[in-house]
Design a protein around this ligand. Structure first.
Ligand code: FUC
Length: 999
């Protein structure tokens, strides 16, 4: 009110007269607020009142500069890329456009730069009105088509830009308003022609802008204040950060001297199920939340009965060399319905707004990998503020702790937002509740309910609720407990109730002190994390912030960065995959989107397997449990796909699966027609036995191994030339061959995977003493699988025929046919040197640079080739800024977590490699020490790695040579130790230790 009076103090009568002559001024005596593309962004404080569905009017007085083709937003509450919300802008150029779920209404307004224009957009779904007004005159309307209600999803309303801060308006805005009804023509004309129009019924917010508005703009009518970027704003700090803090004490930390602005700068915490990305802002904190069962869709059946009819013809075409025709037929008749699977989705954000400050000193945010706690600290004047965030596997809540070094200094507002269909409200004076339903996708309706609850426990001060926010004022400290759950019970049952577990977790955690919550969390994390320690040497650069180290890693000598990357990989696995949770997907559990890249699913033609490569060797075998559980689910859904699509018994899974365990071929034949995904996953079941020797486990998973084998016994066919038994149709994952398609018969990878699958099934049946006749069948079939072949370039052939050099992309990221060397050990430098040399040739032809996971795989392969220096060169590619984001997430790009795990596994492979051989049920491990130790890691040690056969291994080395290794046996068995050319056979009793110096 104050400003309004000042604003018109020159006397409005004279101005009103002038107005009639020159059109609207709207704001005599004021130039309004200048927006120049860099000025602060204003956003309405509350979203709820703006969630209009039937009617809306958007009004503003603007003086636009000459704008480029893309124009700029005037009032925008719409989700970019969707028709959700509503928006008034100047697209194209200086036109006028009004957009909502109905579509758009545009008028070439030629908005002038030298005088004010009054602009308005009016919509009513029920009255079928969509109109644009310029200076009080109707100038455009959209008449045809359906007048649908507007969709609202809690997107903030912004003035002068879109919710991403893009499409910025350039020029002046002097007054703006939003109404929850469609104003009529007379009302608009009268508004346009008055200098100080009286407020009208239905106004939600009306704001006037001084030349230099403050951080907050109170409405002149309606209730909603505007704030510089509001609670939803970015975490960018507009003030100054002074001082240079030093590194945290814990060397296994990621740390930074500024808040995260981009998502790939934020720090990840997780308890396997609940994930959070912590931005560490100063006056705005964003904690982005995930729950690992919040995917789109619901139980569905993608099988395709017509596939089976087409199968004989597809095979005939392939064996006749008509690959393109086969591809067309498969595309038409054999792919899943729907053709895609369901995406993993975001819960939303917990947003905290703190009092604004101009200057802070000694800002630091870090992620302590040893404690699994993310922290933020900074000082304002003489008060040091601290925030700690962790996701507790013990208490099933995310805990946010806010403290200050002086009493009464903790004040903030907490709210939530989400792109999901959800409501957000307060309950009592201390709790925020988000209730929602998941999204639909590919025609599959959302069938999940979800809930997230945030409880604020402040000590001292006051806590109150207001609309959809909680405000804490002058507290000494505060703890926020965040819970989330969905109604998912299993891939076929969504009848759960999300409220009960979410409430129960908060109630139970509220009864514990913060110190106890934290101590319990840290102890449980350390139980797994501390099993392995790694020292690769430390140089001076190790004390620099993590983002700087990554940026300079190509030129720095920074061996500790590799050790940090290794431990970060272990940290991520512990945080994204724990017994009872979902397996780690393409992004682990961290995703801020409704439609993430590749839907953040389980891509099982490399990515999901790579996620679990470090699990057993780096002593995190418990973390494999979710993967095993998923395979057991797939035996059920995959049996349906086997029967319907292939007419086979057993079970099959193609190149992807999702929360609902869909197992059919998706996307298109080129990517999806690959029946060997489930068989590859079985390797992890078998390896769990090889590492741990747990027979009860083996008995439990044996049906999965058997069912996977059974499918191939039923579907392998004889190829005409050599009479080998081959998969058909199949592909060598995602690589087009000579004929420009990928469909083929018997790609090398399939033969290798099936050799492993059958061998593991035979060994398992032998150990369990079952299925003798079946074993015999597997042995006979295994002997007839196509062998590995060496092609004319000396390379390992990717296909039955020597097409490698004629393939469309000889530098392809996938190196599927090299599976035999890694992750399998069918090929190795000691037993099959010719084939190992052929793998090397293939790798040379492929080249070192690839996507994040492509590099990750190459590191493991070169380590298996035992070329230490080449392995190290590729490791550097992975650690460099092109493949590692500032928060150490792997960049495919975009973010994909497999590279993190492939890198961790590769570093382990440089230090230790193991193989097992069976004689009857007895396994003998061969443990090879320091097989690929580069000069850069000349002196160091590792403790707690695991070797197949049930061994724990510590290794110490100096100047590139083994000092000593300690091998402990958990099972009591024989092993061969190898260091360089020296081989030593030993038998270590159960619980016993053997120390060896390599001689
Ligand atoms: C496979 C890869 C892509 C990507 C996707 C998730 O299809 O070929 O590079 O990693 O999975």
């Amino acid at each position: 009110m104050q400003s309004r009076r000042r604003w018109f103090s020159t006397g409005w009568v004279a101005i009103a007269v002038a107005l009639l002559l020159v059109g609207p001024t709207g704001a005599a005596g004021s130039d309004g607020m200048r927006l120049d593309g860099k000025s602060p962004i204003y956003e309405a404080q509350s979203q709820r009142a703006l969630d209009l569905t039937d009617e809306v009017t958007l009004e503003a007085w603007v003086r636009a500069d000459r704008m480029g083709q893309s124009g700029g937003r005037i009032l925008d509450k719409s989700m970019p890329g969707t028709s959700d919300g509503y928006m008034l802008d100047t697209f194209p150029g200086n036109s006028l456009r009004f957009v909502n779920a109905k579509g758009s209404c545009t008028y070439d307004a030629k908005l002038p730069a030298d005088r004010w224009s009054h602009v308005a957009g009016v919509y009513s779904a029920s009255k079928k009105i969509m109109k644009l007004y310029l200076n009080g005159q109707e100038v455009a309307s959209a008449d045809g088509g359906a007048f649908v209600p507007m969709t609202t999803t809690g997107i903030p309303l912004r003035i002068g830009c879109d919710p991403r801060g893009d499409n910025r308006f350039v020029g002046r805005i002097q007054r703006a308003a939003v109404y929850r009804r469609a104003l009529n023509a007379d009302e608009i004309a009268s508004r346009a022609n008055q200098a100080e129009p009286a407020s009208l019924r239905g106004v939600v917010g009306e704001w006037v802008f001084a030349a230099e508005p403050g951080r907050k703009i109170e409405p002149v009518a309606g209730r909603l204040a505007l704030e510089v970027e509001g609670l939803n704003s970015s975490t960018r700090f507009w003030g100054t950060i002074a001082g240079q803090v030093s590194a945290p004490k814990e060397p296994l930390s990621l740390w930074y001297r500024q808040p995260a602005v981009e998502w790939v700068e934020a720090l990840a915490v997780g308890n396997g199920r609940l994930g959070a990305m912590v931005f560490g802002g100063i006056d705005r904190e964003r904690i982005q939340l995930n729950e690992d069962t919040l995917w789109a869709g619901g139980p569905y059946d993608p099988t395709r009965p017509e596939a089976l009819e087409a199968l004989p013809e597809a095979r005939r075409l392939i064996f006749a060399g008509k690959y393109r025709e086969a591809d067309a037929l498969i595309g038409k008749q054999m792919m899943s319905k729907p053709l895609g699977q369901m995406p993993y989705q975001v819960v939303g954000d917990l947003l905290l707004a703190f009092p604004s400050v101009e200057k802070v000193t000694d800002y630091r945010r870090d992620l302590n990998l040893d404690e699994a706690v993310a922290s933020v600290t900074y000082t304002v004047d003489d008060v040091t503020f601290k925030r700690e965030v962790f996701s507790s596997p013990v208490d099933q809540v995310i805990v946010v702790r806010i403290t200050a070094s002086k009493p009464g200094r903790v004040s903030f507002t907490a709210g939530m937002k989400t792109p999901q269909r959800a409501t957000i409200e307060t309950e009592n004076s201390d709790t925020l509740v988000m209730r929602g339903v998941n999204g639909a996708s590919q025609g599959i309706d959302g069938a999940l309910k979800f809930q997230s609850r945030v409880r604020v426990l402040a000590s001292g001060g006051t806590t109150k609720s207001e609309g959809d926010r909680l405000t804490v004022t002058n507290a000494d400290s505060a703890t926020l407990l965040v819970a989330a759950a969905t109604s998912y019970k299993s891939f076929k049952d969504v009848s759960g109730d999300p409220e009960t577990p979410a409430k129960a977790a908060i109630t139970a955690a509220s009864a514990k002190s913060f110190d106890t919550l934290r101590a319990d969390h840290v102890a449980e994390h350390r139980r797994l994390f501390r099993r392995v320690s790694l020292d690769l040497g430390v140089t001076e650069v190790a004390s620099l912030p993590t983002d700087e180290r990554i940026r300079n890693s190509m030129t720095n000598h920074d061996p500790q960065l590799a050790a940090l990357y290794f431990q970060f990989g272990r940290y991520l696995l512990i945080s994204s995959s724990r017994p009872g949770t979902q397996p780690a997907n393409l992004q682990g559990i961290w995703n801020d989107s409704m439609s993430p890249p590749w839907s953040s699913k389980y891509t099982i033609n490399i990515n999901t397997e790579m996620n679990y490569w470090p699990a057993e060797p780096t002593a995190l075998s418990e973390c494999v449990e979710p993967l095993v559980a998923m395979v057991m689910d797939l035996t059920e859904t995959g049996a349906r796909t086997a029967r319907v699509n292939w007419g086979a018994s057993g079970w099959v899974c193609h190149h992807n699966t999702d929360l609902w365990r869909a197992s059919g071929p998706i996307d298109g034949p080129f990517w999806g027609f690959w029946p060997t995904g489930g068989a590859w996953l079985c390797k992890h079941l078998w390896e769990h036995y090889e590492y741990g020797g747990d027979q009860a486990f083996l008995a439990k998973v044996y049906p999965a191994l058997k069912g996977a084998s059974q499918f191939f016994l039923d579907t392998l066919v004889e190829e005409p030339t050599h009479k080998w038994l081959v998969t058909c149709p199949s592909i060598s994952p995602e690589n087009g061959h000579k004929y420009g398609v990928s469909v083929c018969a018997g790609p090398t990878m399939d033969n290798q995977i099936l050799r492993d699958l059958f061998a593991s099934c035979i060994h398992a049946a032998t150990i369990l003493g079952v299925d003798e006749a079946f074993r015999g069948k597997l042995e006979a079939t295994r002997a007839r699988l196509a062998p590995d072949q060496i092609g004319k370039e000396g390379q390992l052939q990717e296909w039955l025929e020597d097409w490698d050099m004629e393939a469309g992309d000889i530098h392809h990221r996938h190196v599927s046919h090299l599976y035999g060397l890694h992750p399998s050990d069918q090929i190795n430098v000691h037993d099959t040197p010719e084939l190992a040399a052929a793998v090397r040739r293939s790798l040379e032809i492929r080249g070192d640079n690839a996507t994040g996971w492509g590099i990750g795989w190459r590191i493991n392969l070169w380590a298996r080739l035992q070329d230490a220096e080449h392995t190290f060169q590729i490791l550097k590619l992975l650690l460099g800024p092109e493949r590692t984001y500032p928060n150490m997430f792997d960049a495919h790009p975009p973010f994909q977590i497999d590279g993190n795990f492939g890198g961790a596994s590769g570093i382990a492979e440089m230090l230790l490699q193991t193989r097992v051989r069976f004689s009857g049920p007895a396994m003998t491990a061969e443990i090879e020490l320091l097989p690929a130790l580069p000069k850069a890691f000349a002196t160091g040690s590792v403790r707690g790695l695991r070797a197949k056969g049930g061994f724990d291994v510590d290794i110490e080395w100096a100047d590139g040579k083994l000092v000593a290794a300690t091998i402990r046996s958990r099972l009591g068995s024989a092993c061969r130790l190898r260091y360089g050319d020296v081989v030593r056979e030993v038998r270590i009793e159960k619980g016993g230790t053997f120390r060896w110096d390599g001689r």
